[in-house]
Design a protein around this ligand. Structure first.
Ligand SMILES: Cc1ncc(COP(=O)(O)O)c(C=O)c1O
Length: 392
């Protein structure tokens, strides 16, 4: 994110806060960086990280494929112009109605269980393009809640189950195009990916079905703290290529969008209690849940002139009626004043997409800046939006 403080305070003034501001060029850069590192591989952008149509359109223009995990995400991809041929559906606990919808489409369906396969086969009237999700027994991630590849998680199938599911699919005349695994999110080293890739390759080599590609999932971490190092995606790509014989696919979300976006929030109230200083801002865990949900760290900076301010340590907290509603605890900041605008960095992944209406608060607006011009890519919700139920 290279937008100046001048631009950010201007946007906060014109569009109000809380406000997500995205630098479109940065998304293009991050996608290109992966495309260069993983040359020739399919990049399925994992749209759960950020499903804004304006952002999905940028990725479509960049030639990305897309991975959707719900019907809502499928529709988001359609709205952004992704064709079914460039999409994959990776669901868990998928309903029959959803399977019936998928059975008529031509996107790759990533099978998570035998139950899903059998129900899908019963509903399909044509050969389907399938991938099979392996549970490799290797998991990693920035939080226990984001580890998906270890044995005790609900995701994917163990090797034997996967083998019999894939063979059943072949018997029923479906196209088994790929094997897949996704071991977790926010991974900052190559080793877990390498371990999982070795297992995926060994399962693929034992499955006597020709595969079009092996998908090693997403999970590429980004530095949130100053002392964290960037993941070296070129060395990761090289290592994975030396293990995987088939063409490779990846499914990154966070890596592409995280650092393209800041969340702007305004300080409403400065107060102290029990010897602690609180800066109460207008974004809470309804706007950005990562700190409260995962204990995640986001850099937070004061936008604009900071001269002549001392330092003070604050809990930076939201407006929700929960003591767990915080964006940062014990954070040293320039001495804050009511009305200040703060920029919460790295808010592009799992920011808006995990936001909610808790405490009946409308969701924030989203702004995209490209080529020096800003435009609203999602308007701020109104109270009418919140209470528009058409029930008697
Ligand atoms: C199946 C699958 N693929 C890809 C991703 C993307 O992960 P990340 O945003 O960490 O790259 C996820 C996220 O949890 C996922 O569940």
């Amino acid at each position: 994110m290279r937008l100046s403080d001048y631009t950010l305070s201007d946007l906060a003034g014109r569009y109000d806060t809380p406000l997500y501001v995205t630098d479109g060029e940065r998304i293009r850069e991050r996608h290109r960086k992966l495309r260069d590192a993983f040359e020739g591989s399919r990049i399925y952008y994992s749209c759960k990280a950020n499903t804004n149509t304006g952002i999905l359109k940028i990725l479509r223009e960049e030639g990305s494929f897309a991975d959707a995990v719900s019907m809502g995400e499928v529709f988001a991809c359609f709205r952004a112009g992704f064709t079914e041929e460039r999409m994959m559906f990776t669901g868990t606990g998928v309903r029959d109605e959803e399977l019936a919808f998928l059975a008529e489409r031509s996107m790759i369906i990533n099978i998570d269980s035998c139950s899903e396969l059998k129900r899908l086969c019963a509903l399909s009237k044509k050969p389907l393009d399938l991938s099979f999700r392996l549970n490799p027994g290797v998991g990693a991630g920035h939080s226990d809640k984001t580890i998906t590849g270890s044995r005790n998680t609900k995701f994917g199938m163990e090797e034997d189950t996967l083998m019999s599911a894939a063979r059943l699919a072949v018997e029923r005349g479906h196209n088994v195009r790929a094997l897949h695994c996704h071991i977790g999110s926010g991974i900052m080293s190559n080793e877990p990916f390498i371990k999982a890739a070795e297992i995926l390759e060994s399962v693929a080599s034992r499955l006597d079905v020709p595969l079009e590609f092996l998908d090693v999932g997403g999970g590429f971490g980004v530095p949130y703290r100053d002392d964290e190092m960037e993941l070296d995606v070129s060395s990761l790509a090289k290592a994975l290529r030396s293990i995987i014989k088939e063409p490779l696919a990846i499914e990154p979300g966070r890596y592409i969008v995280a650092d393209s976006t800041v969340l702007l929030t305004r300080v409403n109230t400065i107060k102290s209690n029990g010897g602690k200083s609180f800066a109460e801002v207008d974004a809470g865990f309804n706007t950005l849940i990562r700190p409260a949900m995962y204990g995640s760290y986001h850099r937070i900076r004061l936008v604009g002139d900071q001269e002549d301010r001392g330092k003070r340590t604050y809990d930076i907290v939201g407006p929700l009626c929960e003591s767990g509603d915080f964006l940062a605890l014990d954070r040293e900041m320039p001495e804050l004043e009511e009305g200040d605008i703060l920029a919460i960095e790295n808010a592009g992944a799992y920011g808006y997409s995990m936001s909610s209406n808790y405490n009946s608060r409308p969701r924030a607006a989203e702004i995209l800046v490209e080529h020096g011009r800003d435009r609203m890519i999602r308007r701020r919700e109104s109270y009418d939006d919140l209470f528009s139920e058409k029930v008697a």
